[in-house]
Design a protein around this ligand. Structure first.
Ligand code: MRU
Length: 356
């Protein structure tokens, strides 16, 4: 599945072996690189909820492997009991985070793959095969997106901007938007990167900056609020972001702050690109208004690094994502091609193969 011409992540994010599932614990980065064993369903749910693993494709693949592990645990039961147990596990996993559609997509795919299993050992085998397939497909999709997205940058090495973390840590492959940036740097199209720190969970400062260091890509971390004012002085030529869910009309949910960056780019005439695999597209969601936005604990906003910063008694609202309207998006890069507006027919064709 790997391509010698594309840079691969020099660290393993999601590891599957005979011993089971283990994950690079992203809550420990950038201070230490540690893998944790995910031994059962409860620890898989905990790892997703607490963001030891995060990023839309990565949580989908993690959930798929967690189901494979659960199917193995259930393999001494009758096939009907194992199937029922797996369906319950799928429900628990799908409920861990609401916005990234890849999570639901992945658990549905494992359940579909095991639907006709003749016995519980076959069921465990099919679940494992489905999870491994999804992981391999994501690696290949990332490679395709990087190859398709990097040429969007023309005319020599440029400065680009990104928000949140969309690298290998977020997909288990090369990443989505950050994969394009890493490949763009390798091709001499990206000189350096402005990295939004991404409050309140600091995915930019803690994860994207670390990943760009691992890949030798020059960058500066900036406060989210500095982005609009730095686009002109730093000569930013394009923005690349990921997605947690793309509605049928192209409206895109991504990490909170993405919408503001898109508005700033429109004001400055800078192209704003979304990079996401087809598993992030949700044709069943007609527009961004129907996307459920995860609300996280207010303490993430009121505190930083475990220290309360807000005045005693202050409260916060903490939406983890926002929705960028399709009209602010210059193009959506998927593994099936670079989609341009109008997005409704383009997305339909990319997902179903039919334009009508
Ligand atoms: O809350 P997170 O860290 O899971 O959010 C991640 C993002 O918003 C990413 O930008 C998105 O999942 C795209 S990942 C390839």
């Amino acid at each position: 599945m790997s391509n010698a011409r594309s840079p691969q992540a020099p660290y393993e994010v999601i590891r599957w072996s005979e011993e089971g599932l283990s994950l690079l614990d992203q809550t420990r980065l950038p201070w230490s690189v540690e893998h944790i064993a995910v031994r059962d369903l409860a620890s898989a749910c905990e790892a997703i909820t607490t963001m030891r693993v995060r990023g839309a494709p990565a949580i989908g693949i993690t959930a798929a492997y967690a189901l494979a592990q659960e199917a193995r645990r259930l393999s001494s039961q009758s096939v009907d009991d194992a199937r029922q147990g797996l369906a319950q596990a799928a429900e628990r996993l799908a409920a861990t985070r609401p916005t990234a559609v890849n999570l639901r997509w992945a658990v549905a795919r494992v359940l579909a793959a095991t639907e006709h299993a003749s016995d519980s050992a076959v069921l465990a085998h099919l679940a494992t095969e489905a999870a491994q397939e999804m992981h391999a497909e994501q690696i290949e999709a990332d490679r395709r997106m990087a190859a398709l997205g990097a040429p969007l940058l023309e005319d020599g090495a440029q400065t680009v901007i990104t928000h949140c973390n969309t690298g290998p840590l977020a997909t288990g492959g090369l990443g989505t938007a950050l994969g394009v940036i890493i490949e763009g740097h390798r091709q001499g199209r990206v000189r350096d990167v402005l990295v939004d720190e991404t409050r309140p969970r600091w995915q930019g400062a803690r994860l994207t900056s670390w990943e760009l260091q691992q890949h030798g890509v020059p960058h500066d971390v900036i406060a989210d609020g500095a982005a609009a004012g730095l686009i002109t002085p730093r000569g930013v030529r394009a923005a690349f972001v990921g997605a947690d869910r793309i509605a049928a009309n192209g409206d895109t949910a991504n990490k909170v702050g993405t919408f503001g960056l898109a508005l700033a780019c429109r004001y400055h005439g800078v192209p704003f690109y979304v990079v996401a695999p087809r598993s992030t597209v949700d044709l069943a969601t007609p527009s961004g208004r129907a996307i459920v936005i995860e609300e996280r604990d207010e303490d993430e906003v009121l505190s930083a690094g475990g220290t309360r910063l807000a005045a005693p008694g202050a409260h916060a609202v903490n939406p983890a994502f926002d929705v960028t309207p399709a009209e602010l998006i210059t193009a959506i890069v998927t593994e099936a091609g670079v989609l341009r507006p109008p997005y409704a027919p383009a997305l339909r064709e990319a997902i179903t193969g039919r334009s009508g």
